[in-house]
Design a protein around this ligand. Structure first.
Ligand code: ZN
Length: 455
């Protein structure tokens, strides 16, 4: 924070000196009796016990729980239902200067399904192992932990007397696990979102097995490709060229070579998973069905295969498209292709959809600072290997950082026996307390500051 110059800019003088003073005063106010950890953990367990698994999430029970938490914090909340049956809960902590861009803390309320019989403890029991302190539940990492940590951090900040300068919003959104079309995608297009004047979004990241946290500034775009081959059908005993199966196999071989080359870069430690183009075959469809399986003496006239391709934001999409057209599904081999789903690697302004993680983005610098203040460490920023709701914000040119404070934790999202240790959960609350305080206290960009002083 800079000192202001001269009396003529009394307004800024007031701003620059009064905030640190306010914090000092806030620190002097005795906090209400610190809640014991078990109360905090039991709220986490209550949220985990609500079965919000796709494809039939109990969204209203989750909405009721989140709303009751907001009420207990005396924060206004509203339920937005862009699609019937899919409530989105928006909570507002009004800042002292509502004209400043706001902070949005996003989390999704749905979780992926579980194979209950493969879990040691039922996935909605939120069982706390008394020996290890691990809390087992679907959503314990992805990402009910984060949603409640935001609220618990705000509870602590309010108890300490802190008042935000910038408005802080919390959104609890539906349907992230099925693409977010009826959730965040509708939200970012709404008038309600425009009115929020969001300056920075925090959303989910991943657990880190190491002792530092991970942060994500972009993600790979899914391209779901189906290649299709046609050829003359014929007797199973005859050797001839251009059968659908042969044509498709040539493509599969070519795709496999590409996949191996990309994977080699990861294995050699030259690139992270999020930095290469991954291609995985997800289905093969061919053959002429018979009552007992497939007709064995006939070469079919059609064959197709599906691939889940993930394209990092720094890749050249045009060259990949050429490769698909020329090598993976060439017309010269009677092949065609279509995308079942294809997300652009660029934002709507045509720039790579990534959030800057250098000095040009003050929110990144502040995040690093806040995490250090909370006695934690952040690793090198990464590209998220899969998709999250963050892409909907980045697509609109908004900075969004994926961050879930879970260090020393195996990555178990979507896996059996997903768990989070209670101490990691509690530590994460302190980390968010530091982040929210730092973000919500940030006055303005020094550049804006300078230009305003020149006026
Ligand atoms: Zn998630």
């Amino acid at each position: 924070m800079r000192f202001s110059r001269g009396k003529q800019d009394g307004y800024y003088h007031y701003r620059h000196y009064s905030l640190p003073l306010l914090f000092t005063l806030a620190l002097a106010i005795p906090a209400t009796a610190a809640e014991d950890a078990s109360t905090i953990l039991s709220r986490f367990q209550q949220y985990l016990q609500i079965n919000t698994a796709q494809p039939h999430p109990n969204y209203y029970e989750a909405a009721q729980f989140i709303t009751s938490q907001a009420n207990s914090l005396s924060l206004p909340s509203q339920t937005l239902e862009f699609v019937e049956g899919k409530p989105l809960i928006l909570i507002k902590w009004q800042g002292k200067d509502p004209t400043l861009p706001s902070i949005l803390l996003n989390s999704h309320t749905d979780v992926v399904p579980s194979e209950h019989h493969k879990w040691t403890h039922p996935p909605f029991s939120a069982h706390l192992d008394s020996t290890t302190g691990n809390i087992f539940a679907r959503g314990s990492q992805d990402m009910k932990c984060v949603g409640l940590q935001y609220l618990e951090a705000i509870r602590k900040l309010k108890d300490s007397g802190f008042r935000p300068l910038r408005t802080v919003y919390l959104s609890f959104v539906p349907d992230e696990e099925i693409g977010g079309a009826d959730g965040v995608a509708k939200f970012v297009d709404s008038d309600a979102f425009a009115d929020m004047n969001v300056g920075i979004v925090l959303d989910e990241g991943l657990a880190s097995p190491a002792d530092h946290y991970r942060a994500f500034y972009g993600e790979r775009s899914p391209w779901w490709l189906v290649v299709k081959a046609v050829g003359a059908p014929g007797h199973g005993s005859k050797l001839y060229d251009n059968t659908a199966m042969e044509n498709l196999l040539k493509s599969i071989e070519s795709i496999r070579r590409f996949r191996a080359a990309q994977f080699d870069l990861v294995k050699a430690g030259l690139k992270a998973q999020g930095e290469v183009i991954s291609v995985n075959m997800v289905f093969l469809k061919a053959g002429t069905p018979s009552p007992s399986g497939f007709v064995m003496n006939m070469q079919p006239s059609e064959a197709q295969a599906g691939f889940d391709i993930r394209v990092p934001p720094n890749a050249d999409p045009a060259s990949l498209e050429r490769r698909i057209a020329d090598e993976w599904a060439p017309a010269s081999r009677n092949m065609t292709f279509e995308f079942k789903h294809k997300v652009s690697v660029n934002d709507k302004f045509g720039r790579p959809a990534v959030t800057a993680v250098d000095s040009s983005n003050i929110w990144w610098a502040l995040l690093e600072e806040a995490i250090i203040k909370a006695n934690a460490r952040l690793g090198k920023p990464e590209i998220f290997p899969a998709s999250t709701d963050s892409r909907h914000f980045r697509e609109r040119g908004l900075p969004a950082i994926g961050f879930s404070p879970m260090a020393n934790t195996p990555i178990l999202l979507h896996d059996h026996n997903e768990f989070l240790n209670k101490d990691e959960y509690l530590k994460g609350i302190d980390v968010y307390e530091s982040i929210i305080k730092t973000y919500a206290s940030y006055i303005q960009h020094p550049r804006d500051d300078a230009s305003r002083e020149e006026l």
